[in-house]
Design a protein around this ligand. Structure first.
Ligand code: SF4
Ligand code: SF4
Length: 176
C-alpha cells in the first residue's frame, strides 16, 4: 500500500489539495506537523539514525496495524511532539538525516483518489498515483519557497513504499 499522509500522518488536520503542477514551499517552523502525528520509520531511517549515534531506546517505538508491525518515532509526553523537535526554535534537530516521510510532508502520495475536487492521477514509473499537498501547512505557496514538482514527490513516495515493504521486525533487530 502506498498512501503517504493518509494514514501515515494520521491527522484530521491534513487538508488535501490536488498536487498536479509545481508549487512553492518553504517551512515556516509553525510546529504543527511535528506534533501529535504518527511518523513511520523505515529500516533505512532507523539505520541512519542509529549510525548517527541516536539511541533507539529513546527514539524508537512501534504499533501493530492490520497484523503488521510499524516502527514509529517516539513523542514527548507533555505535548506529543516528536522527540527530535526542538520546542524552543520549532526546528527539527536531525533535519539533514530526518526520516523519509518527513521529507515528503506537506505532500502526500496515494494509490487511490481521495475524492478531492480537481484531483487527477499522474503516471510515474508505470504506476498510477494521486498526489496532494496539505493546504493547512502555512509554508505552501510561500513566494520565498523552493519550487517542488509532482515528479520529485512521486519519486520519494515510491521510495518510501519500497523501503517500508522491507521494514520487517527481523531486519530492524539487525540494525539495533
Ligand atoms: S506545517 Fe508546514 S510550515 Fe509548519 S512546520 Fe510543518 S512543514 Fe513547516
Ligand atoms: S524527525 Fe524532524 S521533521 Fe520529522 S517529525 Fe521529528 S522533528 Fe519533525
Amino acid at each position: 500500500m502506498l498512501n503517504i499522509g493518509y494514514p501515515f500522518w494520521p491527522s484530521m488536520r491534513f487538508k488535501p489539495r490536488p498536487f498536479i503542477t509545481p508549487v512553492r514551499f518553504k517551512c515556516l517552523f509553525c510546529l504543527d506537523c511535528c506534533r501529535g502525528r504518527h511518523v513511520y520509520l523505515t529500516v533505512s531511517d532507523i539505520k541512519r539514525l542509529v549510525g548517527s549515534g541516536h539511541d533507539p531506546q529513546k527514539f524508537l517505538t512501534f504499533s501493530i496495524e492490520g497484523g503488521n508491525i510499524r516502527f514509529v518515532l517516539s513523542v514527548r509526553e507533555w505535548d506529543l511532539g516528536c522527540i527530535f523537535h526542538d520546542p524552543g526554535t520549532g526546528k527539527c534537530t536531525i533535519h539533514p538525516i530526518r526520516p523519509l516521510i518527513c521529507r515528503i510532508y506537506p505532500f502526500m502520495v496515494s494509490k487511490r483518489p481521495l475524492g478531492v475536487e480537481g484531483e487527477e492521477p499522474v503516471q510515474y514509473k508505470g504506476r498510477m498515483l494521486w498526489l496532494y499537498y496539505d493546504e493547512s501547512c502555512p509554508g505552501i505557496n510561500s513566494q520565498e519557497g523552493e519550487v517542488i514538482t509532482p515528479e520529485e514527490i512521486a519519486e520519494l513516495g515510491v521510495k518510501f513504499e519500497e523501503e517500508l515493504s522491507r521494514t520487517t521486525f527481523e531486519d530492524v533487530i539487525k540494525v539495533l
